[in-house]
Design a binder for this molecule. Sequence first.
Ligand code: PEP
Ligand code: MG
Length: 937
Amino acid sequence: MMLPKNDIKHVYFFGNHEAEGNVTMKNLLGGKGANLAEMDRFGIPVPPGFTITTDICKIYNKIGGKNTIKVIIDEIEEAVNRVEGVMGSKFGDVNNPLLLSARSGARVSMPGMMDTVLNLGLNDATVEGLAKKSKNERFAWDSYRRFIQMYGGVVMGMKPEAKEDHDPFEVILDKIKDDRGVDDDTKLTADDLREVVQGFKDIIIKRKGMPFPEDPWDQLRGVILAIFDSWNTDRAIYYRRMNDIPEDWGTAVNVQGMVYGNMGDNSATGVAFTRDAATGENLFNGEYLLNAQGEDVVAGVRTPRQITKTGSQRWAVLAGVPEEERVSDFPSLEEVMPEVYQQLYVLQNKLEDHYREMQDLEFTIQEGRLWILQTRSGKRTGAAMVRIAMEMLDAGIITEQEALLRIEPNKLDELLHPIFKPEAILEAHVIAKGLPASPGAATGQVVFFADDAVAHAEQGKRVILVRTETSPEDLAGMNNAQGILTARGGMTSHAAVVARGMGKCCVSGAGKIRIDYHEKTLSSNGDTFREGDWISINGTTGEVYEGKIDTIKPKVSGHFATLMQVADAHSRMYIKANADTPHDAQVARDFGAKGIGLCRTEHMFFEGEKIIAMREMILAKDATGRKDALAKLLPIQRKDFEELFAVMHDLPVTVRLLDPPLHEFVPQDEEGQKEMAEVMNVDLEVIRNKVESLSETNPMLGHRGCRLGNTYPEITEMQTRAILEAALNLKKRGIRAVPEIMIPLTGIVTEMKLQEIIVRKVANKIFEEYGDTLEYKVGTMIEIPRAVIAADRIAKSAEFFSFGTNDLTQMTFGYSRDDAAKFIPIYLEKGLLHHDPFEVLDQEGVGELMKVAIKKGRKTRPNMPIGICGEHGGEPSSVEFCNLIGTDYASCSPYRVPIARVAAAQGEVKRLIAKEEAERIKREKALQIRKKFQIKN
Ligand code: PEP
Ligand code: MG
């Protein structure tokens, strides 16, 4: 086995303001490691430590544990030495032991997905040393039992054996608490904890057949490798897929000197945000626990208190706690430790100013001394993301470009998420109240386990996942649920943080509810709900309701509206919508669509009498019969267009002529065919034969698109008439319609030419009949690879192009749109594809074709408008790509219009930044050449 060369640095020390790394080294040191180094550099008190690089994680996956340790052990020993120097204690020393923490840390934060081990270095001897040194025996034994518990879980795989089981260590702990008659583990004595430790060790031997390792160096080696392993756990892999994080990044490991928040009542631990992660309000906030370690806050086992007095008072109002009780039982850190609070307040300002971004920080107070354990850019809801970016812009902290790049376009979807109908909420029955952990409204059927949530969601059910508390194992269940309700845990509990990250509605810490996992029941105030019962939760207020409650979509205003203005000011492209009804058109217009880029006329034919006339047309034996049926369709379709054009007055509406194969308009089942025969007053046999004759082996490649209009020109004639007569009728009423007629599925030049001739002929006839004219365009979709190649000639007939990337993807890959779901998930799993090309535009293949079509089209018609109207038109990375290759607009579903507007702006901002960078490099090179050859001027 070839070992990697050992002259490369794999371990980076930080501490005493002598950090070897810095914030630019995230790829190598992970986000957490790079930030620790950076904080150390600019004077933030971080416990000293070292980061083992992400390269080692990659190496470990190739050469295994033993060899990996050989590569890094010398550097680790040296770094531990330096940590010992700063902390004034020694790793493994029985009198003055240095204890360590070890945490994962990938390039981007994956909260809770990988492992952490605290109190590393404790054993039967050092625990006594720690007890003496801290003069606190109870604290030492509590730390020891926590260490065995974490080490057991992370390194030795001590987990519950069945999903209904509890953590094996918690079972032992709970039993001793029961025996002693206490309900809180802080009430256990040192002797009780000795017994707990013995119980933990016994169960490890019983289950694993090997003892808990006493040698601190064995412990350290075991933990480092286990953290690298945790990169490959199911939950981490799931999280990476969900967030598009590449598998090959790997994680770094951060090892640090331990500081303790559980050294008595002058010690504490907490999590803080420089701004409110749920609403974005510029208000320092967070939670802490006295005499506790970090995981107690996030695990949701004890309900934490608020850091600031304002936060505490707000919490008390929500929790129904009177001020007197709040002050005595739940005081804020600001009230309990005013001096440390002041330091923390100053430091959080310093951190936010330094990073110019909302920070999420973890701190520990050890016997009155404040340590910052980590800082990172804080996860936030969509609403908070917009508000923070806009307020930082307003305060001059960041530029418009930076503000735009701070937006995750897909997260805007949350702001467009439903809220409960105000009138429905008045009548709703509140069954419980918790914390408003992640905003939004959700209605669903109760489930208690993550796997049940996934299974029910797969059957199309809407579920609310109800848990005492959640853990990273519940991730898939949370993702598949409409919302999450937990009985325990605060605003920074796992459930709250993860739900906010996902944009899922969540109510946490609804303390009055009782959950029985075995019986699968949820009870609250005398009401009992079983699995499958409906409840509703409001993540904005923390209320939990009985039954289903109707929801409505919110309006775009305030910070969101400002963001849209900023986005438009930086965009080169504009955004239109795919809409076929006046309602959808209105939604699109309200969201800022600059027109309709695709009206699929076939969608207009499905309701009531329209489908009857359509079927008459399909059943017609010849052109005359078809014309008769189409004559019935004409007024109906004209009326539809009048309504649509009226909503979209003064903005262009691109109407696509009939596209799908005709069999889609006739029933395929016997029942439906009988009904159709009755309505049309013909024999069932006639219908059967027609359906039979329309059936195609490959309908997606069959008699559809402009092949319909070219074989049955009367369809094109009728639709053209309906469109232009509607526009002229509106003109009479003083409403300006801007119609564009789009020919679908063009592949050969003559197809387009013939359609254009038909359209223009009908148009001229109508203008004559009306004694009036109007401007209109005729263009085509580019959705067949052959059309790309012929684009220069097609552009002679087509005044505009719109990429139908759904069909273009289908035909470029040769993947049937109807059947690809059978194999694409497997391709994704095996890494043969990185994305489903029907969701994310395939830039290397389909994208290259688009470039060719643009070049050729504009060669013939230099200023021709070119857009995209396939599903990719609302997908941010695809919109950015379209901006780069020079399309003029993207058209997407109405609710994605704001997302596409931001994506278009981001694409342009990034393009300009890249251009400037390229120019800078060019200038620099030129300067170097001048210097080298001593050229003057
Ligand atoms: C397309 O093919 O991308 C398109 C917009 O048309 P449709 O999805 O209706 O085939
Ligand atoms: Mg198409």
